[in-house]
Write a protein that binds this ligand. Structure first.
Ligand SMILES: [Zn+2]
Length: 574
C-alpha cells in the first residue's frame, strides 16, 4: 500500500512541476517591464538582494560579467544622472540614475564611465584635487535615454572579481528594493537549500554565546521537501527559538545566494516571517542581529534566527508572535514548519515536531559579567585604564558586560584591554578610551592610536592622558603608535626613463597601520589625478593627451592617518 502511494506520489510530481511553487510575499507591487536589463549578456547572479554579507545585507543584485571587465552598461530607463561617485573602496566607480517613476537605478564597480560622464568627474576631481569624489547633479546636466550607453562594467572598489552591482532604490526614501520584483530576473527553478536548523534553549537570559544550541541535520527529499535526519519529537522546556541555515541557487549557477522569505509556523499558524523585499540602509548592520552572530564568529556559518532580538530595528519581519519565541506547556505535540522561498516562488519546506518535556533540562551556563547593560539606555563603564560610553540603541539585547585587562603586548603602550568579546554585535559605534602607560613619550602623543588584538588600527587620538576612538565592535584593544610612513614602489618608471610608449605610470602604495589618508601627484609642479585601487594597492596616473612633450619632473606624496609622509620624485622623458 505504501509502495503504491509512493509511486502515485512521484508520478504526480512528474506530471505537475518538479517542486513546489508558491506566491511570494510583498507589501506592494512594482512596475514590471519598465526597466530593461543593465547588460546585454544573459543574466547570471553572483549575489542576490539582501543576502548575508559581513556586517550588512547585500543591497543589490550582482550580475556576473563572464569573468572580464568592459561589458557595455546601459541606462535601464529614461532619466538623468543624479549622482556620480568615485570611492576608494566600496562601490568604486558608481552611477545613480533617477527615473521619473520614483525609482533610482544604481551601478557600482564600473570600469569606466562614458566620455561625457568622465569629463564631469574629471572636472570635479581636479577642482577638489582628490581622486574620490561624490558629485550630485541636477536633472539638466546629464539626461539619459533608456538603453543609452553609460559606461562599462568592471571590478573597481571593494569588488572581488569583475561583476556589476545593480540596485533599484526608492528615490525618496533611498531604500534599496529587490530588483527581481521589477521583472529583472535571473533564471531560477531551483528551490532553496536547507542545510540545517538550530533549536535555541533561550531560557530567561539575553541571547549570547552562552545560549543553549542544538544543531539538527536535515535530509533533502524530492521537490524541496525536507525532513529531519532523526525524525524524533524534539523536547523543549522554557523559552525556545529556532534558526535555519539556508541558501538559494539559481538555474545553471553554482553560486549560493540569499533566499527571499523565511516563514516559521506553529501548528499551521505563522509565528515569524522575514521578507527581503526592501530595507533601510541605516538598519543594514542589524544583519548581525538577524543571524546567530556568536555562532558565525566561531564557525563562519550563518544561521538565520527565527526570533527577533528585542532591539533589532529591521522592518523585514511580519506575523511575529512573541517575537518568534515559543514557550509551550502541556502535553500536546506541536508541529513546527519552515517554509523558505526564493524571489520567484520556488519553495522548500521542513516540518518537525516539538513537545514540552519537563524532564528536559537545557544546559544552563552561569553567565559571567561585570555589569548589566540595558539596550535602551546609554551605558558607561570605567576602570583604571579604560572608559567606555555605549550609546542608547547600540545593543540589540541586554548584555552581561565583562571587562578584563591583560599584559602589555609587544609594541604596545598600554595593557591589553578585553572589552567584552567579539561575539556580541553592536549597531552603533561607541566611545572607547584607553590610558597609555608612562612609556609613551610626549613626542609620540600625536602618533598614538588604538590597535585591536588582530593588529588592525581602530583610529583614535591622544587627548588629556587618554587615547580615544569610536570603535565599532567589542574585542581586545591596546594603545599603539604609527611612526612609519607609507611605502611607495615605482612599478614601470625610473630616473631618466623614456616613457614615450607607456600610457600610464604605476606605483605600489601601502601603509603598515593607520592607513593611507591622502595621495597627491605633481607633474611639473601641477597637481595631476592619481587613481588608487586599495585591493591591489596600485596607484597610477594616466598621461593626458594634452601633456607637452619632452623632459618631465614628477613628485608623489603619500600621507597616512598619523601624518607620516612619504615622497618619491623622478625625472623622465615623454
Ligand atoms: Zn554587490
Amino acid at each position: 500500500m505504501q509502495f503504491i502511494y509512493l509511486t502515485h506520489f512521484l508520478l504526480l510530481f512528474a506530471v505537475c512541476t518538479a517542486h513546489a511553487q508558491g506566491p511570494i510575499i510583498q507589501s506592494q507591487s512594482y512596475p514590471k517591464g519598465y526597466f530593461r536589463p543593465p547588460l546585454d549578456i544573459p543574466p547570471q547572479a553572483s549575489g542576490t538582494f539582501a543576502e548575508l554579507r559581513t556586517n550588512h545585507f547585500h543591497s543589490g543584485s550582482d550580475y556576473r560579467t563572464q569573468q572580464r571587465v568592459g561589458h557595455t552598461l546601459y541606462a535601464v530607463a529614461d532619466g538623468y544622472i543624479s549622482r556620480i561617485r568615485v570611492q576608494l573602496g566600496g562601490g568604486g566607480n558608481a552611477l545613480y540614475i533617477d527615473h521619473p517613476n520614483g525609482y533610482t537605478s544604481v551601478y557600482m564597480h564600473m570600469h569606466q564611465f562614458s566620455d561625457n560622464i568622465t569629463s564631469v568627474v574629471r572636472a570635479q576631481q581636479y577642482k577638489e584635487q582628490k581622486f574620490d569624489v561624490d558629485v550630485p547633479l541636477e536633472s539638466n546636466v546629464i539626461p539619459v535615454k533608456k538603453g543609452e550607453i553609460i559606461g562599462q562594467a568592471g571590478n573597481s572598489g571593494s569588488s572581488q572579481g569583475p561583476h556589476l552591482h545593480f540596485e533599484l532604490r526608492d528615490t525618496k526614501s533611498e531604500e534599496p528594493i529587490n530588483s527581481q520584483l521589477f521583472g529583472l530576473q535571473f533564471p531560477d527553478n531551483i528551490p532553496p537549500t536547507i542545510n540545517g536548523i538550530t533549536v535555541y534553549d533561550l531560557g530567561d537570559d539575553a541571547f549570547s554565546e552562552h545560549t543553549g544550541r542544538r544543531h539538527l541535520l536535515v535530509n533533502a527529499g524530492a521537490g524541496g521537501n525536507y525532513t529531519l535526519a532523526q525524525n524524533t519529537i524534539i523536547p523543549v522546556n522554557g523559552r525556545t527559538g529556532f534558526g535555519i541555515n539556508t541558501v538559494d541557487q539559481q538555474s545553471g549557477s553554482s553560486f549560493r545566494n540569499g533566499v527571499y522569505s523565511i516563514e516559521l509556523l506553529m501548528d499551521g499558524a505563522p509565528i515569524y516571517t522575514a521578507v527581503f523585499e526592501r530595507f533601510r540602509f541605516d538598519h543594514s548592520r542589524a544583519m548581525n542581529s538577524h543571524i546567530d552572530y556568536p555562532y558565525y564568529i566561531l564557525k563562519k556559518t550563518r544561521v538565520q534566527k527565527s526570533f527577533v532580538d528585542p532591539n533589532n530595528p529591521l522592518t523585514i519581519y511580519q506575523n511575529l508572535v512573541k517575537n518568534g519565541i515559543i514557550a509551550i506547556t502541556g502535553n500536546q505535540v506541536h508541529q513546527i514548519t519552515y517554509r523558505v522561498r526564493d524571489v520567484q516562488g520556488n519553495t522548500s519546506t521542513l516540518s518537525f515536531r516539538v513537545q514540552h518535556n519537563p524532564t528536559y533540562k537545557p544546559e544552563h551556563k552561569n553567565i559571567p559579567g561585570t555589569a548589566i547593560f540595558k539596550y535602551d539606555k546609554e551605558n558607561r563603564y570605567s576602570a583604571e585604564h579604560i572608559e567606555i560610553t555605549i550609546p542608547e540603541n547600540a545593543l540589540y539585547d541586554h548584555l552581561h558586560f565583562s571587562y578584563a585587562q591583560a599584559s602589555k603586548p609587544a609594541k604596545g603602550y598600554s595593557l591589553m584591554q578585553h572589552v567584552h568579546n567579539r561575539m556580541i554585535p553592536l549597531h552603533l559605534g561607541y566611545q572607547l578610551a584607553i590610558k597609555p602607560d608612562e612609556t609613551l613619550p610626549e613626542h609620540l602623543y600625536s602618533k598614538a592610536l588604538i590597535v585591536d588584538i588582530q593588529g588592525n588600527s581602530n583610529g583614535g587620538r591622544y587627548e588629556n592622558g587618554w587615547v580615544q576612538t569610536t570603535a565599532r565592535s567589542f574585542g581586545s584593544f591596546y594603545v599603539g603608535v604609527d611612526t612609519i610612513a607609507p611605502t611607495i614602489r615605482p612599478q614601470n618608471i625610473s630616473e631618466g626613463k623614456n616613457m614615450a610608449t607607456l600610457s600610464r605610470m604605476n606605483f605600489l602604495g601601502s601603509d603598515d597601520l593607520s592607513g593611507i589618508q591622502s595621495f597627491n601627484g605633481y607633474l611639473n609642479e601641477q597637481w595631476v589625478l592619481m587613481e588608487y585601487d586599495p585591493k591591489t594597492r596600485v596607484l597610477w596616473h594616466v598621461f593626458e593627451k594634452s601633456m607637452p612633450k619632452g623632459k618631465q619632473y614628477f613628485r608623489l606624496e603619500v600621507v597616512d592617518w598619523k601624518d607620516n609622509k612619504q615622497a618619491y620624485e623622478v625625472n623622465f622623458v615623454r
